[in-house]
Structure formats: structure tokens, C-alpha cells
Design a binder for this molecule. Structure first.
Ligand SMILES: [Zn+2]
Length: 317
């Protein structure tokens, strides 16, 4: 091959490869157009929002919630019924193959919630032990009062016997007496010593009762302090209305993060389903779509008129 011929072939090859690139570009452009056309026809198909029910599936459910996929599904089905019943439209539909997922994700939010539960249990225990202490104190202080009265009577009796004995001894010293009288005095003395021993034991028992009663009083004080500290912690951490960060709709899926009871979880799901329909927050604290979990009826959740009108706007009903 001469040098001239080589350049000739090279040109032809370059020419074809340029064409090749152009062809490929052309094919690419055609594909893009077809794609765009498809998108346009799809968009035309869903002109009305909420015209078709939003299909959802249950995604991941963290086992630390002790909730099965079916348990969560049951709650979601309950939640979507609220929207359906009050709007009269079938807005959601369960479809195990749906791309739109509802997930239950465990993080510090649920940890905090568990901590709050533990704190509540702790408060209940403290209340119970406080009641116990009060009952114990009542019984013990009753026993103490009786023991003190008995001891004081014993002391008075001892004192009287002691006075009699001292008088008899002083008589005997002054006037003398028989051996029998002397023996009786000796016997009386030993009787008095016995009595004194008994009284001393009684005194110690009474003092021990006083000690127990006082210990109960300081135990009660501790329980009350502990209880108040726990209440303060609880109010501080969980007292005010909690924001709906318990759940999140991010445009593609719903993530649920925290709940205390099932009714609580259901309310969050109803709220997040509302967002999935395109509804924002409304102003009435009793509304499902209020930004806080506050005055809504947890056990019997209802859409407020604000919720319904937000739904009408979002779905263009
Ligand atoms: Zn919200």
C-alpha cells in the first residue's frame, strides 16, 4: 500500500466512523424523543391528583419495635380507612409490589420513647412504694404510741414500788425489825431489780420502734424527692406536644420512627398519608394535619373540616 492509498483508506474509515457516531447519536436522539413522548402520554393519563388510589407496600419493619409486617399493615389499613370514610374516595390501596413503601425505622426517637416508658413505670413504682411506706408508718406509729404508753405506765409502777421499798428500808434502818422483814426487803429489792431489767428492755424496744418510724419518715422523704425529680425529668423531656418527627413522608416513602401505643402509631400514619396525598399542615390543633401531635382524638381520630378542605384542595375534588 502506498502512502497515498493509506490516507485514502484512512479518510474512508474516518468518514464511516463519523457516520457511525452520527448514526448512534441519531438513534439516541430518537430514543430520547420516544421517551419524552411516553412521559407526556403518562402525564396526560394522571391529570387529576388522587384519581387513582395511591398504591403502597410495607417496606422494612425493624424487629426492635416488636411489630410484625402484618401488624403494621393492619394499622395502615385502619389509617387509610379514616381518609376513605370521610372523603368518600378510595385514596389508598395496598399492593405488595408497590414502589411506595411504608417503613418502620428504629432510631434514637424510639429509644427516647422507651426511656419515657421506663420513667413512667418508675414513677408508678415510686407511687406504690410511697403508699406502702405510708401504711407501714401508720401501723408502726400506732404500735409505737401504745408501747410508749405501756412503758410509761411500767415506769410509774416501778417508781411507786421503789418509793414503797425505800420507805420500808428507811423504817427498818430506823426501828429495826425481824429477820422475816429483812428477808422480805431483800426479796423486794431483787424483784425491783428484775422489774428494772424488764423496763430497760422495753425502753430499748420502744427506742428501736422510734428508730424504725424515723427511718420510714426519711425513706418517704427520699421517695418523694425521687418521684419529684422523675416528674421534672419527664416534663422536661416529654411534657410538651411532640412534633410529628415521629414520621416523615419524603416524597417517595413514609418512614415511621416512634410511637407509644398503637393509637399513637395510627395517628402518625394518618398524618403522613395526608402528606403523601399532597396535603400540607393546617392550623387547628385538633386536626390530623396539625404539625404537632396535641389535641387530636387518639382513640377515635377524625378529619377536621380544615383537614377535609385541605384534602379537597390537594386532590381538586
Ligand atoms: Zn407533617
Amino acid at each position: 500500500m502506498t502512502m497515498k492509498n493509506f490516507f485514502k483508506y484512512l479518510l474512508i474509515i474516518t468518514f464511516f466512523s463519523v457516520w457511525g457516531i452520527m448514526l448512534r447519536n441519531k438513534i439516541f436522539v430518537q430514543n430520547a424523543v420516544t421517551g419524552a413522548k411516553k412521559t407526556v402520554s403518562q402525564v396526560t393519563g394522571i391529570e387529576l391528583p388522587c384519581a387513582k388510589p395511591l398504591r403502597y407496600a410495607i417496606g422494612s419493619v425493624d424487629p426492635r419495635f416488636n411489630l410484625s409486617t402484618n401488624d403494621l399493615l393492619a394499622e395502615v389499613e385502619d389509617a387509610e380507612k379514616i381518609w376513605k370514610a370521610q372523603s368518600g374516595k378510595n385514596l389508598f390501596e395496598y399492593d405488595p409490589g408497590a414502589e411506595f413503601k411504608i417503613n418502620l425505622i428504629f432510631d434514637e426517637r424510639q429509644l427516647q420513647s422507651n426511656e419515657a416508658d421506663a420513667l413512667t413505670k418508675n414513677l408508678n413504682q415510686l407511687e406504690a412504694s410511697h403508699e406502702q411506706i405510708v401504711t407501714q408508718y401508720k401501723n408502726l406509729s400506732g404500735t409505737y404510741a401504745q408501747s410508749v404508753a405501756k412503758y410509761n405506765a411500767g415506769v410509774a409502777n416501778y417508781q411507786k414500788k421503789m418509793d414503797d421499798y425505800n420507805r420500808a428500808v428507811s423504817d427498818w434502818n430506823k426501828n429495826g425489825g425481824s429477820q422475816a422483814e429483812y428477808d422480805k426487803l431483800k426479796k423486794d429489792k431483787s424483784g425491783l431489780e428484775d422489774l428494772q431489767g424488764k423496763l430497760e428492755k422495753e425502753r430499748l424496744a420502744v427506742n428501736s420502734l422510734a428508730g424504725k418510724t424515723n427511718a420510714l419518715v426519711s425513706e418517704e422523704k427520699n421517695v418523694i424527692n425521687n418521684y419529684n425529680a422523675n416528674v421534672a425529668t419527664y416534663k422536661n423531656k416529654y411534657g410538651s406536644g411532640r412534633e410529628f418527627e415521629k414520621g416523615l413522608y419524603d416524597g417517595k416513602e413514609i418512614n415511621l420512627y416512634q410511637f407509644k401505643q398503637m393509637s399513637d402509631l395510627r395517628l402518625t400514619i394518618i398524618h403522613e398519608l395526608g402528606h403523601a396525598l399532597g396535603i400540607g399542615h393546617v392550623d387547628n390543633p385538633k386536626s390530623i394535619m396539625y404539625y404537632l401531635l396535641s389535641d387530636q382524638d387518639m382513640e377515635n381520630p377524625q378529619l377536621s373540616s380544615e383537614d377535609l378542605s385541605a384534602l379537597k384542595t390537594a386532590c381538586q375534588f
